[in-house]
Design a protein around this ligand. Structure first.
Ligand SMILES: Cc1ncc(COP(=O)(O)O)c(C=O)c1O
Length: 382
């Protein structure tokens, strides 16, 4: 009898050297809180890769919250966000008193730029663009729109470290880029994130807000002789243990991206015919993008076929989850609807998308098995 495997959708990336660095952090006798050598080294590597200062944070959500705080939002302000996204893309701004206006996604899962342009009003303070699956919309056009209309651009780059648009790293187009190192992301330290501060005038304040509203960071750099409370803030500094774990992966980011790319391209090649047969679409790379291969998606034309696909794969031991429930249809999101939204692509993705297992360490034989089971499903329905 053939044993049914158990192939998860994601396994946290683990390369091995993470443990050496964590051990070094512990045995050094130095700080295990933030501001230590591993934090500094990760921030230096990120800063060099991205060409902008990076501050490690306790999560991608917290990087977004920092960005929202730095915008000095007030009650009555509005931000524009896609409806097909993670709750944090919107919650961060809501916590500062702003109201979200939902616009549609494009067919790749990114924000629809025509709708962004149409949704900007005198109340709009920011566009929260989300780089879905490690790809983006036309970021040059979006940056131009935001500049012309005097609106801040915040990039939810939670999924997109290592990806580029028009050769420029995602996370570096807006005032702020917000990266996640949650354990489902390409690089991880369990929970963690980074704020990319492209608007350098905001860097000093970003450090203060991250340190509970104190100038502790200046104190640690020897710039002031004691630290004190000078602004609002919260506790968003990453532990040295997490930074140590993360460093091992940051040092190998290109190899991690390449390994994911190999898996992604094999799915693309070997599933094209089955997807056509099912009347489904493979989620493609948008023009101008160099992906980091964060996710591989299949978009089914109907939720019914999608449900059968998920059940089939589950019965064969493979987890293939759908993704976001459109925020504007959620119990909390509904109340922000203006009544004029047209969110067809968002619903197409919310109702039709599934994601295939893709993670560092997915074996060739595991992928062969997944592809075979998808082909079986397609053949049975033909
Ligand atoms: C698009 C998007 N935004 C924000 C987040 C939040 O990141 P974190 O889980 O690190 O808080 C995630 C991660 O799940 C995400 O996928």
């Amino acid at each position: 009898m053939i044993e049914t495997p158990d192939i998860p959708f994601s396994r946290p990336c683990f390369l091995g050297p993470e443990l050496d660095y964590v051990r070094q952090a512990v045995e050094s006798g130095g700080t295990l809180a933030g501001g230590g050598l591993f934090n500094k080294t990760c921030e230096r590597i990120l800063g060099e890769r991205l060409g902008s200062p990076a501050l490690l944070t306790t999560s991608g959500t917290h990087a977004l919250e920092l960005a929202a705080m730095l915008l000095d939002l007030k009650d009555g302000d509005e931000i524009i966000a896609p409806s097909f996204t993670f709750v944090s893309s919107v919650n961060a701004f809501l916590l500062r008193g702003a109201r979200p206006r939902f616009v549609d996604n494009d067919r790749f899962g990114n924000i629809d730029l025509d709708q962004v342009e149409a949704a900007i009003t005198p109340k709009t303070r920011a566009v929260a663009v989300v780089h879905y699956a490690g790809n983006s919309c036309d970021m040059e056009r979006l940056a131009k729109i935001c500049r012309a209309r005097g609106v801040a651009l915040v990039e939810d780059a939670a999924q997109s470290l290592g990806a580029r648009y028009s050769g420029k790293p995602l996370g570096t187009f807006g005032a702020f880029g917000c990266v996640s190192f949650h354990d489902t992301k390409n690089l991880t330290c369990g929970e963690g994130g980074a704020l990319i501060v492209n608007d350098r005038d905001k860097l000093a304040r970003a450090e203060i807000l991250r340190e509970k509203g104190t100038n502790r960071s200046q104190f640690l750099q020897g710039l002031v002789d004691k630290y004190t409370w000078i602004d609002v803030g919260s506790s968003y500094v990453l532990s040295e243990l997490n930074a140590a774990y993360l460093l091992a992966q940051l040092e190998r980011i290109d190899a991690i991206t390449e390994a994911r790319g190999k898996i992604w391209k094999r799915y693309r090649e070997e599933l094209a015919a089955s997807a056509r047969g099912l009347g489904a679409e493979l989620l493609d790379t948008p023009p101008g993008c160099t992906p980091n291969y964060h996710a591989f998606g299949i978009v089914f034309a109907s939720p019914g076929v999608r449900a059968k696909f998920i059940a089939h794969m589950k019965s064969r031991g493979v987890t293939t989850p759908f993704h976001y429930v459109a925020l504007h249809t959620s119990p909390y999101g509904k109340k922000f609807l203006m009544g004029k939204e047209s969110l067809a692509n968002c619903m197409r993705l919310s109702d039709g998308l599934v994601r295939l297992p893709i993670f560092h360490g997915l074996g060739d034989d595991e992928q062969t098995y997944i592809i075979k089971e998808i082909r079986n499903f397609a053949d049975k329905r033909a």
